[in-house]
Ligand binder design. Structure first.
Ligand SMILES: [Zn+2]
Length: 398
């Protein structure tokens, strides 16, 4: 779940402070999720109760994603074994031994007993133009990113972190920072280090997030801002997905494809729960889901109620037009001839499917049904898509 190098793609982490965050106000939905949720604050709060409530909230979404909940503790007392991992922070920018090693020793045995993963993390405070509670609590000054000497100290601290064996470097401008960590500083650190790089504090717009990724950040942490503007989370998630498809090498494309196929699988799961043949579909345009659907032929007593048809109808309503030339359609099973015809009529330019269907699939009977320029990718999460179908037919035989 949390790799050795922590991430291999650009990731978005949402930081929630147990003392301030209102879980009911968070606009989390299956198609609007960060990659990680960090839980922590510099003062306190009941972390255990909060993480439990958060898990409950995530499970209600019935999401096929399992978002790692990672502790970002301000002190040893905030540790809870309820989380999936803990950032084992050492405040390397400061000279207060209590936060370099003291709290770490206080929590060491509890963390080891809990068997949750500890990620050795260098926590580096960068001056973001405000006095933060972390500065007050730890009695340390942040490093100055606005002159050459300060930048050199930041870089040297990060090199030291890597030499000490840290697996994550976390550049922190502070909760409510006026200025985020400057992209030039991120770039300079990236040029001298290879470990996973997280950047947080003062990132209030998708543009600022993208600037951080472009400069070399692997994880962008957003938080504070969403306590007052929870609805904006979706813009960040969409913008990050766009960044992923723009920077697409084959690997990034594959990871985006798998991500959307998982959502199609969650649609297929809904069909299975309703004793329908489990096929699910989502249609994506510019990093945004514009239509989704699952097979409803039994429920509606309608042989045309296939997942793709439901999703195409929904997408046309979303965009307010019948053609979807910029869209990618993800479906768990190879489309049949009817659906391939509909996909062709809608002028969908890319089709991604999971399991092939040699008996009913379009490729055998209507190989030219799609738009002539349409591209097809087969076999994404093929095993999972096929397994769901097998489950259905096995249950039926009983
Ligand atoms: Zn069909």
């Amino acid at each position: 779940m949390v790799n050795d190098q922590m991430v291999n793609k650009k990731a978005l982490a949402l930081l929630l402070d147990p003392e301030k965050a209102d879980l009911n106000a968070l606009p989390l939905s299956a198609d609007c999720l960060p990659d990680y949720i960090f839980v922590g604050g510099s003062t306190g709060g009941d972390t255990t109760a909060f993480v439990r409530a958060l898990k409950e909230k995530l499970s209600i979404l019935n999401s096929p994603f399992s978002i790692p909940i990672i502790l970002f503790p301000g002190n040893a007392a905030q540790f809870t074994p309820e989380a999936d991992a803990v950032l084992y922070l050492s405040l390397l920018s400061g000279r207060n031994p209590e936060y370099i090693v003291g709290q770490q020793i206080k929590s060491a045995r509890t963390i080891q007993d809990s068997h949750i993963r500890a990620v050795p993390t260098a926590y580096i405070l960068i001056d973001g133009g405000v006095v933060t509670s972390t500065m007050r609590v730890t009695g340390t000054e942040p490093l100055n990113p606005s002159n050459a000497e300060g930048v050199q100290t930041i870089i040297d601290t990060c090199i030291a972190a890597e030499l000490m064996g840290k697996r994550l470097i976390y550049l922190e401008a502070g909760s409510g920072a006026k200025n985020p960590v400057p992209p030039d500083v991120i770039r300079a650190v990236r040029a001298r280090t290879t470990v996973t790089l997280a950047v947080g504090g003062g990132i209030r717009t998708p543009e600022a997030m993208r600037a951080a990724y472009a400069a070399g950040a692997d994880i962008v942490v957003i938080g504070n801002h969403f306590e007052s503007h929870p609805e904006e989370l979706a813009n960040f998630v969409r913008s990050k997905n766009l960044t992923e498809s723009e920077t697409s090498g084959p690997t990034a494309q594959r990871s985006a494809d798998e991500r959307y196929m998982r959502i199609a699988l969650s649609e297929a799961q809904k069909a299975l729960s309703a004793q329908e043949i489990p096929v699910g579909c989502v249609i994506v345009s510019q990093g945004q889901i514009i239509g989704r659907g699952h097979n409803l032929t039994e429920t509606l007593e309608d042989v045309t109620a296939h997942a793709e048809i439901q999703a195409i109808t929904a997408a046309a309503q979303t965009v307010g037009g019948k053609y979807l030339p910029d869209a990618t359609l993800y479906v768990t099973v190879e489309p049949c001839t009817m659906c391939a015809g509909a996909i062709g009529w809608a002028q969908i330019s890319r089709i991604v499917y999971g399991a092939p269907d040699p008996k009913r699939g379009y490729a055998t009977y209507a190989p030219h049904a799609f738009h002539p320029k349409a591209k097809v990718t087969a076999g994404v999460l093929e095993e999972e898509c096929r397994a769901l179908m097998q489950t259905f037919f096995q249950q039926k035989r009983k």
